[in-house]
Design a protein around this ligand. Structure first.
Ligand code: PEP
Ligand code: CO
Length: 444
């Protein structure tokens, strides 16, 4: 048990980025109801993921974390869930081939509903309303009614998360994860000469195993997969309501997802979000932006991982292309000086957001790739293992990030720009990242 901690001790700390609910009685009623609901994940699963991330921290596996910036209640269908799951599996196969290591797959799925915002309000013309904070809090439409934080949305979010997780578990256990199907690329890039050679090698390796009798029919590991869920632990009343004590060990579990992360805007060492997360057994991600100081990182490591457990902490660097050398070395030095066990992961999305001339928020594919390269180079130069990537991506053919093999331009953005928040890599761009990272990992 964690000293002087309870599921609601975060309430004694400053909680940034929290909505102002107007009706306290309604909020209390909703959180009481949520507290009686079943957990979405088990303590055993969270511990297993922590062990696997421990493998990543020792350089024995690779982490692939990806999914929507913000899931929405509207984009809620089997096809969308399946497509993102499928692309992540394909990416994992490519990365496994490149790294010659198992890939730990963690979706930004089944609960990624709450968003931190740079401003508490949004102004359109003369009208100023609360910012959209994700479907678990309010609605995107620019009306006073839609933007009012509504606690009932937590119940809706729970049900959406439960149904999404249910389908993900079915896909992970059923035929969808069959390695033979996963390598049916059928995407543009697999025909592109830059990638077809590696795609063929992966397919050859699978056929070789098949010929040796190591087939999905004989080997369950090739038929099923492990897939975990994660989201930003932002909306603390929701997280608190889904917190439970594990009856076998007495440890406390955040029951909303396997892994939770703390955003770059809410990682104050004495803040409410850190206070909540220090007491739960789940693996924890910490977003590290340019303002992360060595001092703060040291405090966070001590507070969140006092026993230096491997797999407990994943540091997710998100500095922006061209800025990695300026910021990552001091964090690596701090971790080394502390002797801390961490996973080093690169989020090449959040430091590379720009506004296109036509007003769309976008991310250039080349900048995303450049940041990953800088991250890998910086880690390798300092002899730490570049353990993973964290991507905003979808399995759909959206047009939100520019570049990639389809060479999407600013003018293309309007055709299928569907994100509720930040621009995501589409299926082809996401897979292309996996191929390029795989090449990087084998030193190609
Ligand atoms: C996010 O991951 O969607 C996000 C808001 O990231 P960050 O906290 O790194 O800005
Ligand atoms: Co985002």
């Amino acid at each position: 048990m964690t000293v002087n901690w309870s599921a609601n001790s975060w309430r004694n700390h400053t909680a940034l980025q929290m909505p102002e609910y107007q009706d306290q009685a309604e909020l209390d009623r909703v959180t009481a109801e949520l507290s009686s609901y079943p957990l979405l994940v088990s303590a055993g699963e969270a511990r297993t993921l922590k062990q696997k991330l421990g493998d990543v921290s020792r350089g024995e596996a690779f982490l692939l974390q990806g999914g929507d910036c913000a899931e929405t209640f509207a984009d809620f269908s089997s096809d969308l869930i399946r497509d993102t799951f499928r692309v992540m599996l394909q990416m994992a196969v490519v990365l496994t081939y490149g790294a010659r290591k198992p890939v730990v797959k963690v979706g930004r799925m089944a609960g990624q509903f709450a968003k931190p915002r740079s401003a508490p309000t949004e102004k359109q013309g003369e009208i100023e309303l609360p910012s959209y904070r994700g479907d678990i809090i309010n609605e995107l439409a620019f009306t006073p009614e839609a933007r009012r934080p509504d606690p009932n949305k937590m119940l809706e979010a729970y049900l959406h998360a439960a149904a999404t997780l249910n389908l993900l578990r079915a896909f992970a256990m059923g035929g969808y994860s069959n390695l033979k199907h996963v390598s049916d690329w059928n995407l543009d890039f697999a025909r592109d000469e830059r990638y077809s050679a590696m795609a063929e090698k992966v397919s050859d390796a699978i056929q070789f195993m098949d010929a040796c009798g190591v087939t999905p029919d004989t080997t369950a590991r090739l038929r099923t997969t492990d897939y975990y869920t994660s989201h930003e632990a932002l909306l603390l009343p929701y997280e608190e309501a889904l917190t439970r004590v594990d009856s076998t060990t007495g440890d406390t579990l955040a029951g909303s997802a396997h892994m939770l992360w703390i955003g770059d805007r809410t990682r104050q060492p004495d803040g409410a979000h850190v206070e909540y997360l220090r007491g739960v057994l789940n693996p924890i991600g910490i977003k590290c932006g340019p303002s992360m100081s060595s001092e703060d990182l040291k405090k966070l490591l001590t507070t969140l991982n006092p026993h230096n457990e491997a797999g407990r902490i994943t540091l997710i660097a998100r500095f922006g292309a061209g800025k990695v050398e300026e910021h990552l070395p001091r964090l690596i030095d701090t971790v080394k000086a502390e002797g801390a066990n961490v996973v080093w992961c690169c989020d090449p999305m959040h430091g590379n957001t720009i506004k296109a001339d036509n007003g769309y928020k976008t991310r250039p594919f080349d900048a995303i790739l450049q940041e990953i390269r800088e991250f890998v180079d910086c880690c390798q130069a300092r002899e730490v293992y570049p353990g993973g990537v964290h991507l905003e991506m979808t399995g759909s053919n959206v047009t939100e990030c520019t570049g990639g093999l389809q060479a999407l331009s600013d003018a293309d953005l309007s055709s299928r720009y569907h994100t509720a928040c930040d621009p995501r890599l589409n299926a082809s761009q996401a897979l292309e990242v996996a191929f390029l990272v795989a090449e990087e990992l084998v030193g190609g």
